[in-house]
Design a binder for this molecule. Structure first.
Ligand code: ADP
Ligand code: MG
Length: 384
């Protein structure tokens, strides 16, 4: 996290007012990919990269938002708030303002500064960290308090309805509810969750492949449609199956031949991934890191072969990590087709692991990857 004292004077210099400060972290998903919209399980951890938000009231009916990352300021009138995004970074904080206003809160004028060290657009959810930090800041000004799940939902709505990005609840939920040295098993059906400890001696090494491929027809909607068509086949026989969360591998054995081959593969990934994600939380709770690593490897290859959401670069990043000292488990994390891999690594080996993996990847792929050595961190909070 950037230095809050430096951030405070930055806000003070720009707006001549003392800010209240808030921080919200980015995240990495340890296991549970494309299970959220099937009402299944995910297990992310908040990381020690965060967005800081500073807020102070103003009396001229204006909302001024400044991002130190972009070194740019935008001003809005509280009497004419925008009703939709404009494909600008300010959509993320203004989306939160829009949703809060829609909940019936009269929006006062304020100055808001943002400054984040979550890498932007790398799959570590800088967007959710901006939304959550903004929501805490504006909440404090309004004198209202949304409990954890409600705050996460509010920020998800900002991203879905105002920014126009179709994302699940995971990013915002973990940014709000993350806990130091813990992963969080989230049930996307009812938002109940369980914390599972990550031992001190384990680092999260995030390796950015620096590639992001796009798939004809759109990757996310295509995969989603395919898996939903598999679910519909099962539901013809077992009407109680509303989402793949409710289906079993036996269902696939019985009725898989009625599905399109691709749909069967997608469903096999999602159903097995739900089982693995719950098992991974159990393994962490038992302190069985070896089993956790095995589940992560299985998850990667299921994501790559059955869900076909990996790519040569991400597969290489996972393969090249396998024999490095200290590795517990490695897999592609996030929406797929590139982005980052997450590696659980013994803390004492983390630096050497990151350096060697980076060199190997550059040698094989010809791209210099970015490496982030992180640990599981606490959720969003007010900064003293
Ligand atoms: P990710 O969430 O994986 O980082 P997204 O594309 O979802 O990627 O979100 C990135 C966008 O969030 C940026 O392009 C920018 O518009 C906005 N954003 C993130 N951090 C900041 C920041 N500190 N200041 C302003 N906008 C930010
Ligand atoms: Mg995002």
């Amino acid at each position: 996290m950037h230095d809050p004292a430096e951030f405070r004077s930055l806000h003070l210099d720009r707006f001549q007012a003392e800010p209240a400060l808030f921080a919200a972290p980015g995240r990495v998903n340890l296991i549970g990919e494309h299970t959220d919209y099937a009402e299944g399980f995910v297990m992310p951890a908040a990381i020690n990269f965060a967005t800081l938000a500073g807020i102070s009231p103003r009396s001229d009916g204006k909302i001024a938002i400044y991002s130190e990352n972009y070194r740019e300021e935008r001003t809005f009138d509280t009497s004419a708030l925008p009703q939709q995004g404009s494909r600008h970074w300010s959509d993320y904080p203004m989306g939160v303002v829009h949703i809060l206003a829609g909940e019936g809160h009269a929006m006062p004028g304020f100055s808001l500064s943002l400054w984040g060290d979550v890498p932007l657009g790398s799959g570590l959810s800088s967007s959710a960290s901006v939304e959550v930090a903004t929501a805490l800041a504006v909440e404090s000004l309004l004198g209202v308090h949304y409990p954890g799940p409600g705050l996460a939902r509010l920020c998800q709505k900002a991203e879905n309805q105002f920014v126009g990005a179709s994302s699940g609840i995971m990013d915002q939920f973990i940014s709000v509810n993350g806990k130091e040295n813990h992963a969080l098993l989230l049930d996307c059906r009812d938002l109940s969750y369980k914390l599972a400890p990550i031992p001190d001696c384990v680092a999260l090494v995030i390796a950015n492949t620096m590639v992001k491929h796009s798939v004809a027809g759109g990757d996310y909607p295509t995969r989603r449609r395919e898996s939903e068509s598999a679910c519909a086949v099962i539901a013809r026989h077992r009407p109680e199956v509303k989402f793949l969360r409710d289906a079993t591998l036996e269902d696939l054995e019985r009725w898989g031949q009625e599905m399109q081959p691709k749909a069967l593969m997608r469903a096999r990934h999602i159903i097995s991934e739900n089982l693995r994600t719950v098992a991974a939380a159990d393994a962490l709770l038992r302190g069985d890191l070896k089993e956790l690593g095995r589940l992560m490897a299985e998850a990667h290859w299921s994501y790559s072969r059955d869900f076909e959401a990996s790519c040569a670069e991400a597969d290489a990043m996972v393969e090249l990590a396998q024999d490095l000292p200290g590795l517990i488990g490695a897999r592609l994390t996030g929406g797929g087709f590139g982005g980052c891999t997450v590696n659980l690594v013994e803390q004492k080996d983390a630096e050497a692991f990151a350096a060697t993996l980076g060199e190997r990847y550059t040698e094989r792929i010809g791209i210099v990857p970015q490496m982030y050595i992180c640990h599981a961190s606490g959720g969003a909070h007010r900064v003293a």
